[in-house]
Design a protein around this ligand. Structure first.
Ligand code: HEM
Length: 422
């Protein structure tokens, strides 16, 4: 019998009805509040003892990121020490801000830190999810063990001539830009250079970004390189980890349960940021898949090629087990991941080094002397030369604080340089 029916038979019960409803409502609100608190704070529980500033409900430390930009990590390291907590919305991150500790985490303990969490911007894109960064458990180890041989010095040494031709082209581009405008945007050039090198090393495709503008570029994969790069740049620049991303990405940061429904809905609403991202990611996925399919069918030609895509497809031909592991979507994602993981990182390292050196003429003179000692301008170094004949250059790139004293900023650069054995 309902409360109302009971009250009709026993009118005195009417006196209890409002307080009963009020207490039910109060209990529901309390239960709702507890559930919301558990939902938002559950991921932080495991890292609650790691020092860090108090996190706001829902947005965590995102307002700090908005206020200080990337400098926020330097500010927090000063206050909380080399290991601290940073909450990207609901997701807590443990930041390691000391070069030796970074080596411990990123190199010595690398294999024991598997299963990375999936950042909100990646959640809607299978192409990004099927690379090494975000695959998990057995598939991660199996894929990693398969491709590790492609990082052996002997394989990398074979890519030096490719790198040299891209560097030569970039050098010509510097000369041409100097003549035309008098100065050179080195960050832009180094990103183009890194992308050209990785385009060849990963896909076996010449993107031609550093080629002279007058020479319209047609590549071996059907002249699609420029379009591919345009989509890659749009897709990469949409991977925002702050509150400036698309609505579903922002929701993913503060309430991940809502991200997928919002993404599905908004990706159908024309002209929203989610719709644009979904369209670009889909085109990019189709384009990468088409490149993989073409290369796969060209078995004879790829046998002799050194690029990552050909090498991994050759490995795939080896056994049924390999074919089951390296399906075309994973092959495409692994190859594309190189572009994503290798271009901005390398270019940032290069341009930061140039920027630092430019402010220290003594370091610059020592570096130039070392490079000049190696030989004439067109001499091509071997892998062994690179390893042994440029100790000062090596030190400048991998350990600027020892070479150049510039406070905290270059320490952060060193951390990145030494991470993960790169
Ligand atoms: C100076 C340049 C580079 C820096 C600073 C850098 C930094 C990093 C860092 C920090 C990680 C670990 C990320 C994590 O554990 O969540 C990583 C992983 C990775 N990097 Fe690099 N990287 C650089 C160059 C490259 C290049 C050139 C490539 C490929 C062409 C590359 C491919 C990868 C891949 C595939 C992973 C995932 C490895 C795995 O999960 O086993 N990186 N990199």
């Amino acid at each position: 019998m309902s409360m109302e029916a009971a009250a009709a038979r026993e009118p005195w019960l009417l006196l209890l009805l409002p307080s009963c409803c009020a207490s039910t409502l109060a209990y529901s609100c309390l239960a709702g509040a507890v559930l919301i608190l558990v939902y938002f704070y559950a991921p932080s529980w495991g890292v609650r003892r790691v020092p860090g500033p108090p996190a706001l409900p829902v947005v965590g430390h995102l307002p700090l990121l908005a206020a200080h930009g990337p400098d926020v990590f330097g500010v927090l390291a000063k206050k909380y020490g080399p290991i601290f907590r940073f909450h990207l919305g609901r997701q807590p991150l443990v930041i390691v801000a000391e070069p030796e500790l970074c080596k411990e985490v990123g190199i010595r303990q690398f294999k024991s830190i598997a299963n990375r969490s999936l950042p909100a911007p990646i959640a809607g894109s299978p192409l990004h999810q099927k690379g090494l960064f975000f695959t998990r458990d057995g598939r991660w180890s199996a894929m990693r063990n398969t491709i590790i041989s492609l990082y052996q010095p002997s394989h990398l040494a074979g890519l030096i001539p490719t790198m040299m031709s891209c560097i030569q082209r970039a050098t010509d581009a510097i000369a041409a830009a100097e003549e035309e405008r008098g100065d050179v945007d080195f960050s832009d050039l180094s990103l183009k250079l890194a992308t050209d090198v990785i385009g060849q090393a990963a896909f076996g495709v010449d993107f031609g970004l550093t080629a002279a503008a007058a020479a319209p570029h047609a590549d071996a994969e059907g002249g699609e390189a420029a379009e591919f790069i345009r989509e890659h740049v749009h897709s990469t620049t949409s991977l925002k980890m702050d509150l400036s991303g698309s609505l579903s990405i922002v929701l993913g940061l503060i309430a991940p349960a809502l991200q997928e429904p919002a993404r599905r809905l908004l990706s159908r609403v024309v002209a929203t940021a989610d719709w644009r991202i979904a369209r670009t990611n889909e085109r990019l996925r189709a384009r990468v898949e088409a490149i993989v399919a073409r290369r796969e069918s060209d078995r004879e030609a790829r046998r002799a090629q050194r690029d990552f895509l050909s090498a991994i497809l050759n490995a795939r031909d080896g056994s049924d087990k390999m074919r089951a592991l390296l399906t075309p979507d994973y092959v495409g994602a692994l190859t594309y991941e190189h572009l994503l993981a290798g271009s901005a990182t390398t270019s940032f390292t290069l341009s930061s080094a140039v920027y630092l050196v430019a402010g220290h003429p003594d370091v610059e003179a020592k570096l130039l002397a070392e490079v000049d000692r190696f030989g004439p301008r067109d001499a091509v170094p071997s892998a062994d030369d690179l390893e042994h004949k440029f100790p000062y250059l090596d030190q400048v790139i991998t350990n600027p604080p020892k070479t150049i004293s510039l406070g905290n900023w270059d320490k952060q650069n060193t951390m990145l340089c030494n991470f993960a054995g790169h």
